[in-house]
Design a binder for this molecule. Sequence first.
Ligand SMILES: Cc1cc2nc3c(=O)[nH]c(=O)nc-3n(C[C@H](O)[C@H](O)[C@H](O)COP(=O)(O)OP(=O)(O)OC[C@H]3O[C@@H](n4cnc5c(N)ncnc54)[C@H](O)[C@@H]3O)c2cc1C
Length: 283
Amino acid sequence: MSTFRNSPNVLFETTVTATRRLSPGFVRVTLGDDRLRDMAPHQRDQRIKIMLPVGGDYPAGLRAGLPEQGWRREWRSTPDRERPWLRSYTAYRARPAARELDLDFYLHQPHGPASTWAAGARPGDRLILSGPHVRAGQPGYGVQWEPGPATRVLIVADETAYPAVRGILPSLGPGVRATVLLEAGTAADAATLDDVTADHSVEVRLRDGARGGTALAAMVGDWLAEHGAAAAGAGSRFYAWAATESSRIAHLRRLFTEAHIAPERVHTQGYWHDRPTRKEIAD
Ligand SMILES: Cc1cc2nc3c(=O)[nH]c(=O)nc-3n(C[C@H](O)[C@H](O)[C@H](O)COP(=O)(O)OP(=O)(O)OC[C@H]3O[C@@H](n4cnc5c(N)ncnc54)[C@H](O)[C@@H]3O)c2cc1C
């Protein structure tokens, strides 16, 4: 419980204002509400929580403005048959002035609850989410991207992390060179990032039937074989960020360690689980 006592996150009640199919695997859902003027736009890979209603509506106790400690207590005490599904998403484009927020959903096959909701989202649908209140302090809360003085960065992502890539790349200073390794089910999904990857070095590898994260691990291995020594030698001027299926993360970390890259220069994060659905995905 005390874990969330200092959280700047509060609940926002939003309504879908528009949806757009970006590619076979992606839907962009635009959410609107007056109170979104108060959601802190940290961008980059800023993480928020969304709640997917069970049976069409939300429990009455989950109200706009509830702080995280309070909504978690309410969420836990809701009977399972009514308790919303909880999932992490990237608020890569919060637009407080317009009272809007875009979320890009990758539609897993088969769909889990979040993918099902996004695939069927229509203007007027409600979505409750938890994000940082602008007056709660803690700038950058929910952002994991911490390159420090790095001038050479490696970004490794499957589709669930494309929104983070979309948020991170425009934040890079002019002297920073990025290599972006992308896993994709279809090339059209990776092409949705063409506008932000244009000035960087990009490699896309298709999954081709393999399990999520397999192609990424191979790409990271290949990249380290060629550039690992230079990356290790660069010290704090190198930084790597990788997000993919959770069971692949330990292997990815091992690859960086074997290349003698300092652990604090590498951020890895499981973004989804290749296993049957659960109410809360606790990442
Ligand atoms: C910090 C963070 C930010 C994120 N940002 C984004 C984002 O911006 N956009 C985005 O798309 N995702 C994002 N993700 C990932 C997203 O949270 C997960 O993909 C999420 O689990 C999707 O929820 P879901 O309900 O659609 O699928 P889940 O219910 O979580 O299931 C995921 C998938 O696992 C598969 N699966 C594996 N085994 C089985 C089985 N036995 N039965 C059925 N299905 C199975 C299915 O394909 C299923 O759809 C983020 C994750 C984190 C941690």
